[in-house]
Each structure stands twice: as structure tokens, then as C-alpha cells.
Write a protein that binds this ligand. Structure first.
Ligand code: GUN
Length: 283
């Protein structure tokens, strides 16, 4: 029976490290800050970012939630981003995703200064990651690697299969695994016979957005299985992995909720801290 990878076991240590970094900057007269732009009126999106802001404040950051009515359009959001880019008081900028569909996501995300891009979605930061010299790393991808490392999973030389090729999770985590000398395969919705790939995975990262799609027959005996899925089914949150079915076969498995998601906000604020240090060096 596989052990459950519990992120909460090492969040305290991470929080202490981040909190300490925040206090050091504060003692130099700079309070690290994040501005979150939330476009539209989706209550669940607002709840998500309010929770994120709450955690940031708890860690000592200054966090500002800028709610923008979804009638304003891309141009006004771009103007706001430019103002924030120019403000010395703002260290990190994040635009809440998903954006309402009439917005041009790429032009908005790419308008954020790469120095303040704490999501690491800007092509410059993506490129740095691609060449193996990451500055900011997307929070979810970092959380996945942190879980593997904290549970002592050997990555070098292992077959790592990533199911899902998104810019936010799949591609960055594949880069990080490759950087750590895994043999990496990226599968996606057009992959033929997915099972033939996943069954060879020593490390299986699943981010496909299909509830419980990965069942026991997809998994190699002894694999470490990381489930990034968040699906809302009948008022409950379930992952992309059939946890109960897969657990007996895996050596390690993340629960949903309680797995990767527990770490992502902390990793995000660690990026804000890094952005603040960069900002202080520039000032
Ligand atoms: N929506 C849910 N999580 C995130 C995140 O980490 N960054 C952004 N920009 N949007 C999100």
C-alpha cells in the first residue's frame, strides 16, 4: 500500500523560512508586496484569491486585491499592469486565472514585467526555465518537485511521465524533471494509447483535468504518483487519479485535496519574496 504524500508535514518549515525572509526585508525598510488583479465577478475565483491574500498577510506580506469589473476590457487591464510595473512599491503582480473569455490572456500575462512576474508565465521567465536557469518557477511545478524531494524520491535516471502539456503545469514540471536528469515523456489529449506510457512511469504527474481518469491499470507497481487535478464533482473535490484504486499499487501518492495544492500558495509567496529582493537591489 502506497504512502500518502502529505504536504502539510513540511509547510511549517517553509512558512518559517518565508516569514524570516519577509522580516529581514522589513528590517531593511521594505515590505514585500503582491498585487493581485481579479477580473470579473466569479465568487469562487474571489474566494480563492482572498484565501491566497490571507495567507500572504499571515506571512507578513502586503497584499492588495484589485478587483476589476469584467466590463472594462483588456486595454484598461493593460494600463493597470503598466502602472503597477512602474511602481517601486509593487514587487509582484499576478493576474487571476481563468480570465473571462473575452480577454486576451497572452497579451495581459506578457505585459507583466518579467521582474514582477511571480507566476513565471512571462516568455522571459519561461525561457529561463527552458534553458535550465530558472529565476521564478511556476508555483505548481515547484510544489511537485518539492513533494518528490521531501519524500526522498530519486529523480535522476527515472522515467517521468507528465500527463498534460499546459504552460502552467505540464511544460514547466517537465522542464524541472529534465533538469534533474529524469527521462521525461509529456502525454496529452491526442496521445494514442496513453496507458502504454503511464505504465512505464516511475514518476507519474497527472494534470489532465479529467476526474479519476488514471486508474490502477495505468500505473506501474511502485510508482510515485502526483495528482494535480482539481475537479468539482457533486460538491466534492476529486483529482485526476482514482486515489483508492491506485494507492495499493503506488509507492507514494498525493491526496486531493491536501497534496500539491497545499504548497502552491507558499511557493507563490516565495516567488514574491524573491521579486522583492530583486526590487530592493534595483532601488
Ligand atoms: N488561478 C488559480 N491559481 C492561480 C495561480 O497560481 N496564478 C494565477 N495567475 N491564477 C491562478
Amino acid at each position: 500500500m502506497g504512502s500518502i504524500m502529505e504536504a502539510s508535514l513540511f509547510t511549517r518549515k517553509l512558512e518559517t523560512e518565508i516569514g524570516g525572509g519577509v522580516q529581514r526585508l522589513k528590517s531593511q525598510g521594505h515590505t514585500p508586496s503582491l498585487t493581485v488583479i481579479v477580473v470579473g465577478n466569479s465568487p469562487s475565483t474571489m474566494v480563492y484569491f482572498k484565501n491566497m491574500a490571507h495567507k500572504g498577510v499571515e506571512l507578513g506580506f502586503y497584499v492588495e486585491l484589485r478587483k476589476v469589473d469584467d466590463s472594462v476590457g483588456s486595454a484598461e487591464v493593460l494600463q493597470l499592469i503598466h502602472r503597477l510595473n512602474d511602481s517601486n512599491d509593487v514587487d509582484g503582480i499576478l493576474v487571476g486565472l481563468p480570465l473571462p473569455k473575452e480577454y486576451d490572456v497572452e497579451s495581459i500575462l506578457h505585459a507583466i514585467s518579467p521582474d514582477k512576474d511571480v507566476d513565471a508565465f512571462h516568455p522571459f521567465n519561461m525561457g529561463q526555465l527552458m534553458i535550465g536557469k530558472p529565476r521564478f518557477i511556476p508555483a505548481t511545478a515547484r510544489s511537485i518537485i518539492a513533494l518528490l524531494e521531501n519524500y526522498g524520491v530519486r529523480i535522476q535516471g527515472k522515467n517521468a511521465v507528465v500527463v498534460g502539456r499546459s504552460t502552467i503545469v505540464g511544460k514547466p514540471v517537465a522542464c524541472l524533471l529534465l533538469q534533474r536528469d529524469a527521462t521525461v515523456t509529456i502525454c496529452h489529449s491526442k496521445t494514442v494509447d496513453l496507458i502504454n506510457y503511464t505504465r512505464e512511469a516511475d514518476i507519474l504527474v497527472v494534470s489532465m483535468g479529467r476526474p479519476k481518469a488514471i486508474t490502477a491499470e495505468y500505473v506501474k507497481e511502485g510508482a510515485a504518483v502526483i495528482d494535480v487535478g482539481i475537479n468539482h464533482i457533486e460538491g466534492k473535490i476529486v483529482g485526476d487519479v482514482d486515489f483508492d484504486g491506485v494507492r495499493p499499487k503506488a509507492s507514494l501518492i498525493t491526496p486531493v485535496p491536501g497534496g500539491v495544492g497545499v504548497l502552491t500558495t507558499l511557493m507563490l509567496f516565495d516567488n514574491v519574496l524573491k521579486a522583492a529582493r530583486l526590487n530592493v537591489e534595483r532601488l
